[in-house]
Ligand binder design. Structure first.
Ligand code: HEM
Length: 465
């Protein structure tokens, strides 16, 4: 990290480009417009310029769209941008000091500790777990294929990815808890999102027993109890895998004091990985099916690739390198529906980003949802065309596409997620045809992650050999 850049006077000497500001109310600024339609509001900002200012209550924000601006914030001057945002503060109530929300030395030591569990050779070793869990899950769909009963594919993807993360990283089969987690997480995400823009909630705090606070506390208790049972189950099976993430965390000693990680920090770590490790991948897969079922030509090509690479057998790790179109479907899905649709940072000191002056004390939004759909970067930006990810695109800047963020705080689970999504897509397509139940178009719901608002209602049919 180039900490010196924080106060890099040379960067600030050149005259700043004027920054358009979105007008809002005198008291709360653009709070209402943002709260009522987050994606629409950001799209409206992006039409005004590459860097656009707006106010939410008393806080000044800038939406930064150009890839070089994203790079400045996430990589080139990352030390100037911190996770001291209202969203992170709210997330910290749930995830405590886990790796996603921690900062400074606490984050650094956690990242160092967890990194070996996410190395490529370790991830490759999870292929069999991913394949087996998916096979078992797809077996359970047989009655649905026979009856033609509609069901919510988003909930199914969430159950599956939750089981996979539990088995792979913690050696624990959490299948029995997935519905409980799904319910609690749904409540928790909606709560955090609503609270981020609610003045009343901020005034009341989380201790007054309002219906919302009661629901929230129940959801946290439910998640806590799943973590406790995860840890208990893993402790009952100490021989499962001596190098898995659980072992790394449970055996870690503080460099300075030589002490073990406290129970509280272990809880924060396990909950963070369980949630971050399944919700986003489930969203990516849910959107993939929503898109595939409305783009039959893409689906046919995907099916043909899986047939020609695997010919009916299950994939091993080496096969995934040949499932190039399948992977491109995953990439293109996350271009259009990035599971993390917005990345927020607080600004330490004045900086120049894409020519605009960004004042210290304000906040920036980097939005994959916006940059991934920028017509200046993506021809036919609204079209679903996996082809564009098949070949390297030399003219496309690195941060035209950043579903996993970037820099030191880039997603630790990106290789895991891409492998998992590729395997799940291939295995589903081998066995079933997925059809969206006709009805209202699917609508993205931008909570902390980008979920399909009412799930993804589908019917399936067995593929005949
Ligand atoms: C398609 C799936 C996924 C997407 C789109 C995604 C996206 C992201 C993004 C954008 C960030 C950075 C957030 C920021 O800079 O503010 C992030 C961080 C993180 N992700 Fe993921 N993620 C995915 C899957 C996973 C998986 C499978 C795991 C774990 C098994 C995981 C664990 C984490 C953790 C622990 C962090 C925090 C890293 C740090 O701050 O050092 N993610 N993810």
């Amino acid at each position: 990290m180039k900490a010196k850049d924080i106060h890099d006077a040379a960067v600030l000497e050149t005259p700043a480009r004027p920054v358009p500001r979105i007008r809002g109310g005198a008291l709360f600024g653009n709070l209402r417009a943002f709260r009522d339609d987050r994606l629409g509001f950001l799209a409206r900002c992006a039409r005004e310029g590459p860097v656009v200012g707006f106010r939410i209550a008393n806080r000044l924000f800038h939406l930064v769209t150009p890839p070089e601006g994203v790079q400045r914030v996430l990589v080139d001057n990352a030390a100037n941008y911190r996770k001291d945002t209202r969203g992170q503060e709210l997330l910290r109530d749930l995830l405590g000091d886990g790796i996603l929300t921690a900062q400074d030395e606490s984050w650094r030591s956690q990242r160092r500790l967890a990194q070996p569990a996410f190395q490529r050779d370790r991830i490759a070793g999870f292929t069999d777990i991913m394949v087996r869990a998916t096979r078992e899950h797809l077996d359970s769909w047989e009655p649905r294929a026979r009856s033609g009963e509609p069901f919510d594919l988003a909930a199914e993807m969430s159950r599956l990815t939750f089981r996979i993360v539990g088995l792979s990283l913690f050696g624990a089969d959490l299948d029995g808890f997935s519905d409980e987690v799904g319910r609690a997480l749904g409540i928790a995400l909606a709560d955090r999102t609503a609270r981020a823009t609610s003045i009343l909630d901020r005034l009341l705090g989380s201790h007054v027993p309002t219906p919302r606070n009661i629901r929230w506390k129940r959801a946290v208790r439910a998640l806590d109890s799943v973590v406790e049972r995860t840890i208990a189950e893993r402790r009952r099976r100490p021989t499962a895998d001596a190098r898995d993430l659980y072992t790394l965390l449970a055996q870690a000693r503080d460099d300075a004091t030589g002490e073990k990680m406290s129970d509280r920090l272990l809880r924060d770590q396990v909950l963070t990985i369980l949630l971050a490790g399944h919700e986003t991948t489930a969203n990516a897969l849910s959107w993939a099916w929503a898109l595939l079922s409305t783009h039959p030509a893409v689906e046919r090509r995907l099916r043909a690739e899986v047939e020609s690479v695997l010919g009916g057998r299950e994939p091993g790790f080496e096969d995934t390198a040949n499932l190039r179109y399948t992977r491109a479907v995953v990439d293109e899905t996350m271009r259009l529906y990035p599971p993390v649709w917005n990345i927020a940072r607080s600004v330490v000191a004045d900086d120049r980003v894409s020519g605009a002056l960004i004042p210290g004390g304000s906040f920036v939004f980097l939005s994959p949802w916006i940059t991934h759909r920028d017509p200046a970067l993506w021809p036919n930006p609204e079209g679903f065309d996996p082809e564009r990810f098949l070949e390297p695109a030399p003219g496309r800047p690195r941060f035209a596409y950043f579903p996993f963020g970037g820099g030191a705080r880039q997603c630790i689970g990106n290789t895991f997620a891409l492998l998992e999504a590729t395997i799940v897509l291939a295995l589903v397509v081998q066995r079933y045809r997925v059809e969206l139940v006709p009805g209202r178009p699917l609508e993205p719901e931008p909570l902390i992650t980008l979920r399909p608002r009412d799930g993804v209602p589908v019917r399936i049919r067995t593929v005949r050999a």
